[in-house]
Design a protein around this ligand. Structure first.
Ligand code: FE2
Ligand code: FE2
Length: 162
């Protein structure tokens, strides 16, 4: 998807895991949760590497920052925002080994919605990249819906007047 050999090597092992692949079944901002996670992971990789930070561990944490599934189904919208990072941390620990640095990035990626801020600069970067990606994805999906609706209306008008 992003044609960067080093990025591919960092995320490869995780992306091949069936539980990570399962994220492709869930819709997230108009795309799949897996697509969103890869986007956040890639841009985290680029920014953290440029700033000479701990980019490898941050890239993996970013890939797994939304590693939640059905756990939030029964929650209302606000609770989903607040609780999904904790579900993600618990799920990640079931399948992978992460360190405190990565746990903090995942747990605090929704700051300021969740009260505790990230401890590390890399955590702030994931938080900002995630927000930017979410806004972009929501706009992109709205524009796509608008284009699709316009196309349907145009086709209907053409079929009426031709
Ligand atoms: Fe999230
Ligand atoms: Fe996210």
């Amino acid at each position: 998807m992003y044609f960067d050999k080093e990025f591919d090597n960092i995320v490869k092992e995780y992306l091949m895991h069936p539980k990570v692949q399962e994220m492709s079944k869930y819709k997230h901002h108009g795309i799949t949760r897996l697509e969103h996670s890869i986007r956040v992971s890639y841009h985290t990789y680029k920014v953290c590497k440029t700033l000479k930070l701990n980019y490898k561990e941050a890239t993996i944490a970013a890939l797994l920052h939304d590693f939640f599934f059905n756990e939030v189904e029964t929650e209302n919208g606000y609770n989903r925002l607040i609780y999904h990072p904790s579900y993600a941390v618990e799920n990640v620990k079931q399948y992978f080994k992460i360190n405190k640095f990565q746990e903090d990035i995942i747990r605090c990626h929704m700051f300021p919605v969740t009260i505790i801020p990230p401890k590390y600069l890399e955590g702030w970067i994931v938080d900002i990249v995630d927000n930017t990606a979410s806004i972009y994805e929501r706009c992109y999906s709205s524009i796509n819906s608008l284009v699709a609706t316009t196309n349907v209306i145009a086709l209907a008008l053409i079929s009426i007047f031709k």
